[in-house]
Write a protein that binds this ligand. Structure first.
Ligand code: MN
Length: 197
């Protein structure tokens, strides 16, 4: 069972002007695709070849000799999840159960926004900002490079890629502006609600 690149459910131009078609062409078409190709090459002929992606991530996360497999497999998972976290015309305050949970666990949507941006801004170098469920409570998390809540038994609900390749073509060094656009114009709260309800 080979690992595959998921089909994007929106056009490559659909997130513009917040994320350009050119960024999606490189980020999805080159970076994400390369993680898929590399993962398949690395697991071929091993006991991981017939495992699903989450199993591969969990089985390699603590094993330094398998860090290449972990890095590529985790990046496949993280990117597939990231594309699902966005939609054209998304962003802004949520509705549904996630709205109630955010108010309960962060105090307000505004406080959540502030803390999510802070997680993304304070991730030094490449990595990811996450909204996760831990013991049925919402929490923010940041991870370095390919690291993922999936490897730690936590349930991701939302992520923003803060590797420079995610925003440099559109925002250059302005990571804060990219995170602002992500939250105000792109978050797919329907997807987040589908994970929590
Ligand atoms: Mn990326």
């Amino acid at each position: 069972m080979a690992i595959s690149l998921p089909v994007l459910v929106y056009e490559k131009s659909a997130l513009a002007p917040y994320i350009s078609q050119q960024t999606i062409e490189y980020h999805y078409g080159k970076h994400h695709n390369a993680y898929v190709t590399n993962t398949n090459k690395l697991i071929e002929g091993t006991d991981l070849a017939d495992q699903d992606l989450e199993t591969i991530i969990k089985k390699t996360s603590e094993d330094a000799s398998k860090s290449s497999i972990f890095n590529n497999a985790a990046q496949v998972w993280n990117h597939s999840f990231y594309w699902s976290c966005m939609k054209p015309g998304g962003g802004g305050p949520p509705s549904g159960i996630i709205a109630e949970r955010i108010t309960a666990d962060f105090g307000s949507y505004e406080k959540f926004v502030e803390q999510f941006k802070d997680a993304g801004m304070t991730q030094f170098g490449s990595g990811w900002a996450w909204l996760i469920l831990r013991d049925n409570h919402l929490e923010l998390m940041k991870t370095s490079n390919a690291d993922t809540p999936v490897a730690h038994g936590l349930k991701p609900l939302l992520t923003a890629d803060v590797w420079e390749h995610a925003y440099y073509l559109d925002y250059q060094n302005r990571r804060a502006d990219y995170l602002g656009s992500f939250l105000e114009h792109l978050v797919n709260w329907d997807f987040v609600n589908s994970l929590i309800s």
